[in-house]
Design a protein around this ligand. Structure first.
Ligand code: NAD
Ligand code: ZN
Ligand code: ZN
Length: 405
């Protein structure tokens, strides 16, 4: 085996498919690789032949030039693949296993990992706790929007499917286990959703739709999804969600029309720092809008699940404060109402096994909910463009044509 092809970020608004080195069980130098990680031996790792790898809204922040991602960074943190080589320290994972890769890279050995906080592993990113494949400031682990990828600490990280043939039948659903399904579900869980809850989810992108499907699994009575893109709201309505169009005004009033009261039990932010304003303000960015409106809408004593991403540096921020990630929050509202907040990377491993079982036993149709759309590797630039324009789709790259076949 020698070559490898992968999706690389080449500059604002642009990705290309590049030839890159075939992965080895050692982290080599390359675009975005932290110097302290260069030469890191990964005998605990495996090489995967990538079966599916999805494009994420988190990738779009980089591709829009809204981060400090370097040119040439190989993208891709949502990976499902077949094990084709195992390192000498891998004990349980076998060649031929089909597995989902949590987007968080975790060592399984630090005290955060031991407590299940795999989104903030202490040993994988020299800069700060927490890491991911193909992501700026995350240690430099090479991304998986590629034909082949190396996964470190494989026995700990991989979710191996119990029956590879059965799993192949449901790959379009199972590919959502690496990120958006657990992430959306985590948003709903941390917002306190339980049987009978009323829920407002800001954002009808793939994470918002996954949060909606997650809230339904948890037994919510009413799931309301807000966005300003009508096609995405229509997608939410295909599986029983109520919708509000935030370009028509504050979600609060539209929620009152649906529920009879202007508040919900649980609020989820599936938008993040590139949020638009509401009503007439929706033409422009207003990064604190979603958080402030969720504090207003969520009932006293409730909780906000905040999977939407917020950054510490944003070259495209609307003002000097936003450029360093400082937002104008009306925290007093949240404090007065005793609201709780959960932010950060979703600890995928906390949920992926259970959600896999729900998929395999037909309890949920996540691929349908997010409108999974399979494309070849060479079409990744088109996928990025269409997704950026708000296509109501979750793009799934099929680098070896295995699903197309
Ligand atoms: P996306 O960009 O496709 O979706 C965001 C949606 O929010 C868009 O449809 C946009 O029109 C809408 N929007 C903008 N302003 C709004 C507002 N004021 N109210 C309602 N909707 C508004 O992205 P995605 O893939 O669905 O991801 C959503 C967010 O979740 C991103 O910030 C992403 O980085 C983040 N994310 C976090 C994690 C995690 O572990 N915490 C994992 C995956 C993704
Ligand atoms: Zn993702
Ligand atoms: Zn760890």
């Amino acid at each position: 085996m020698s070559g490898n092809r992968a999706v690389a970020y080449v500059g604002p608004g642009e990705v290309e498919v590049h030839d890159i080195p075939y992965p080895t069980l050692e982290l080599k130098d390359g675009p975005g690789v932290n110097p302290a990680n260069v030469g890191r031996k990964c005998n605990h790792g495996v090489i995967l032949k990538v079966v599916t790898t999805n494009i994420c809204g988190s990738d779009q922040h980089m591709v829009r030039g809204r981060t400090t991602a370097p040119e040439g960074l190989v993208l891709g943190h949502e990976i499902l693949g077949e094990v084709i080589e195992v390192g000498s320290d891998v004990e349980f994972t076998k060649v031929g296993d089909l597995a989902s890769v949590p987007f968080n890279i975790a060592c399984g050995r630090c005290h955060n990992c031991k407590e299940g906080k795999t989104g903030i592993c202490l040993n994988v990113n020299p800069d700060r706790p927490g890491s991911a494949y193909g992501y700026v400031d995350m240690g430099g682990w090479v991304g998986g929007q590629a034909e082949y990828v190396m996964v470190p600490y494989a026995d700990f990280n991989l979710l191996v499917f119990p029956d590879a043939d059965q799993a192949r039948e449901k790959v379009r659903d199972l590919t959502m286990l690496s990120d958006i399904f657990p992430t959306g579900f985590h948003g709903a869980v941390t917002a306190g959703v339980k049987p009978g809850s009323t829920v407002y989810i800001a954002g009808a992108g793939p994470v918002g739709l996954a949060a909606a499907a997650g809230a339904q699994l948890l037994g919510a009575a009413v799931v309301i999804v807000g966005d300003l893109q009508e096609e995405r709201l229509a997608q939410a309505r295909t599986f029983g969600c109520e919708t509000v169009d935030v370009s028509k005004g504050d979600p609060k009033d539209q929620i009152e029309q649906i529920l009879g009261v202007p508040e919900v039990d649980a609020g989820v932010d599936a938008v993040g720092f590139e949020a638009r304003g509401h009503g007439a303000g929706s033409a422009t960015e207003a990064p604190a809008t979603v958080l402030n409106s969720l504090m207003e809408i969520t009932a006293a004593g409730g909780a906000l699940g905040i999977p939407g991403l917020y950054v510490t540096g944003d070259p495209g921020g609307i003002d000097d404060a936003a450029k360093v990630g400082a937002l104008s929050l009306s925290l007093g509202t949240g404090w007065a109402k005793s609201l709780s907040f959960t932010t950060g990377q979703c600890p995928v491993m906390r949920y992926n096994h259970g959600l896999m079982m729900a998929i395999l036993h037909d309890r949920v149709e996540i691929a349908k909910a997010v409108n999974a759309t399979v494309i070849p590797l060479d079409d990744a630039p088109r996928g990025y463009q269409e997704f950026d324009k708000g296509a109501p789709r979750k793009y799934v790259i099929d680098p070896h044509g295995m699903l197309a076949a």
